[in-house]
Write a new protein. Structure first.
Length: 286
């Protein structure tokens, strides 16, 4: 564990950095041109980072790695685009907690497709996850008619994030398991190309600023770097240790940074959501 601690800390910092930078992008890029440019910069930067860090000389790209990478790329688009849109209306605390619940999908898929056990504890964790979603949808005040329009975006982003976990497992159990570098590069390249095509097809005026250039580039480095760290840690640490430590630490650090940087308030509902999120991660990662 001690040898993996620096890499784990780096993973948490990068994952939290991606959350905070996505919030910066969300607050400053509400116009379509600015939004799609920021996403194009983000995915392009992540692609360049992955290309520089991974060896692609061990084998040629197989059809299996190609189509899995394309599917993964579409889910990357869905999770990142919709998570950013959700952050336009939701707090970092709620969004990062609900988004982290995406791990439920690969967990449940193990029960359905890989004959893994589903225990009473897992059932309790699933119920708590549903409670978190319901609490996230509740308005703090009756007059807040449109306060939670972000929730549909957040839920689809969460499901897309879970789909990424399922595809990772499929890829690692397929004939293309040794082609994870190709797999990731196909996915991030597709996400970059789609984002840039969407940007160039927009006809609205554009103002170049930090929220559609610098912040997305930094978010891309965080996103790509976190993927690299998590891939290494998944092979070095027990899942029961790595998963709760990484997810809980990312949730809590994102909350703290959201309070410091965006002056977000922690009301009782948000505190309950965070605590329940931590409990769900622990129940499924025991």
């Amino acid at each position: 564990m001690n040898g993996n601690l620096p890499l784990l800390l780096l993973s948490v910092l990068l994952s939290s950095g991606r959350n905070i930078l996505s919030k910066r992008i969300a607050l400053g890029g509400r116009e379509k041109t600015s939004f799609f440019l920021s996403q194009g910069v983000l995915f392009t930067t992540a692609t360049l980072l992955l290309a520089s860090c991974q060896s692609l000389t061990e084998a040629s790209l197989s059809p299996t790695a190609l189509w899995l990478g394309l599917l993964y790329g579409m889910l990357l688009l869905s999770s990142q685009w919709l998570y950013t849109l959700a952050l336009q209306g939701g707090s970092t605390a709620v969004c990062s907690t609900v988004y982290a619940l995406g791990f439920l999908l690969p967990t449940l898929s193990g029960v359905l497709f890989w004959e893994e056990a589903f225990t009473l504890t897992d059932g309790i964790g699933l119920i708590l996850a549903l409670v978190i979603i319901l609490l996230s949808a509740r308005k703090d005040e009756p007059k807040q008619q449109n306060a939670n329009r972000f929730l549909p975006f957040l839920l689809v982003a969460m499901l897309s994030s879970g789909g990424l976990g399922i595809l990772q497992k499929v890829q690692q159990t397929s004939a293309a398991a040794e082609q994870s570098g190709h797999f990731l590069l196909v996915a991030f390249s597709l996400a970059a190309v789609c984002s840039l095509v969407a940007f160039f097809t927009c006809r609205q005026p554009l103002r170049i600023c930090k929220t559609n250039t610098l912040y997305p580039a930094l978010a891309g480095l965080c996103f790509g770097g976190a993927n690299l760290c998590n891939t290494l840690l998944a092979g070095r640490m027990r899942s029961a240790a790595f998963f709760p430590l990484q997810n809980i630490s990312t949730i809590l650090l994102s909350v703290v940074l959201g309070i410091i940087l965006f002056r977000e308030r922690l009301n009782r509902r948000t505190i309950v959501i965070i605590l329940l999120g931590v409990a769900v991660v622990l129940l499924f990662s025991r």
